[in-house]
Design a protein. Sequence first.
Length: 241
Amino acid sequence: MKRLCLGVFVVALALAAGPAHAGGFTFDAHFTQSDLAGLAEGIGDALTFPNLGTAVPTGLAGFEVLAAAGGPQVDTGSHWWRYVDARTAGGVLYGQRVIVRKGLPFNLDVGVQAGQVAGERFWGGEVRWAVLEGGAVSPAVALRASYSKLSTAPFECEVAEGQLFVSKGFLVVSPYGGIGYRRVSARATFGEPVAAGHSVDLNRGTVTVGARVTLFPLVHLVGEVRKSAKTSIFLGLGVGL
């Protein structure tokens, strides 16, 4: 069983990583504040640390590694899209990431993520506190805070989000949902020989629904849909408790 779990995870990680893509961001004198706002909304949705998990605390023994891919649906005809060298699949600006989570005392869980979108690397962290652990009848309820950042010349984007979410287990399926508030801060520089730049700070509410399915002992498939500036879709395959 251990070999099976490891094999499933390695395959998922290879699929999520995908082929290498140079990508990046290129701005010129025609790049406007409005373009940056559209870019920040799209990239912000891609960077956001997805839940891809339930509100149940995992405790000191809890540990999980997930390979995940996904992102927001974007309009590639938008003016801001011409400044991005990125790929889409079915209209989705997808990125890949690896998420590692660990349970702590006092109903706390922490996690980190590292990934790539538009050919640029990003990272992030999260902390989750289970207000209610849940039981046979009652759902689990948790508060969650997350932060993600992409920083590369000439573009930088930071995403911070707070959430309240609930989940309930039913045999091998555990649906979950949450509401939250997200802030995206982005900066872009351009122009030679005198550099210029734009910056934006954007705030939006978020709604998340998803489900975690236990395929085998210790192996989980998680799907999630998030609604903020755009509708995002994420899929993850994890190994752990």
